[in-house]
Design a protein around this ligand. Sequence first.
Ligand SMILES: Nc1ncnc2c1ncn2[C@@H]1O[C@H](COP(=O)(O)OP(=O)(O)OP(=O)(O)O)[C@@H](O)[C@H]1O
Length: 255
Amino acid sequence: MSSSAIIEVRDLRKKYGQFEAVKGISFDVFPGEIFGLLGPNGAGKSTTLEIMETLREKTSGRVVIGGFDLDQEPASIKKIIGVQLQASGYYPGLNLVQLLELFAGLYNRDIDTRAMLALVNLEDKAKARYKALSGGQKQRFSIATTLINEPKIIFLDEPTTGLDPQARRNLWELIAAIRKKGTTVILTTHYMDEAEKLCDRVAIIDKGNIIAMNTPDVLIDQLVASGFEKPKEVKQANLEDVFINLTGHALRDGD
Ligand SMILES: Nc1ncnc2c1ncn2[C@@H]1O[C@H](COP(=O)(O)OP(=O)(O)OP(=O)(O)O)[C@@H](O)[C@H]1O
């Protein structure tokens, strides 16, 4: 195994009954990378992510995170990773500051809740309840909760699904800023433009197997070198460019 990897996955398998959802995948993630797991619905992305997050039992294989073997030291892994909670974990009666304080208490950490909300552009919503947030604000808040224990690695499952173009771009900037501070980011996404812009490397998963893994650039170059030709784009812009040009880059959900 490579000693410089922060995540080492070897021959990982997951069976749900007779159905094998993950069929023996192997990959490394290196410190400070944004690593994307891409694939169609049902490919096995969330299952793989949840196993690494210690939230789901694997059937077989080896997972080492931050030097800790998942089979032997899951508690040590939990201490160095940040995991997005399901929305159901956010007690409806508490505001954002109170929720952050609650989670910080669970991690036994003292945190500056205002600074944490400022980091995700939610300082104006300190007194708001989670359910009163827009989709983009909810995602930003849930990313803030992954950072409470100052993790070395954060896991994000489809962080921008359902967001408008401004909120998606804002989240890309947030994820890039988190990585700039040295945090390794593993994310799943269905959006190829997102993976191309944000991820240093991607693994493309299909039916439980990794069918390609490299930087987006290399994967694109390999496809082109294989003789692939795309019909030439005749227009210099697309509808998303029109939308962003008309409505601006600024976030709307904080208005
Ligand atoms: N608890 C479970 N019991 C049985 N089958 C499951 C369970 N969880 C997932 N599966 C199945 O395993 C396969 C992989 O699911 P998984 O959620 O990992 O895929 P995914 O790539 O994250 O898909 P999506 O993009 O739709 O979220 C799917 O066929 C799914 O139906």
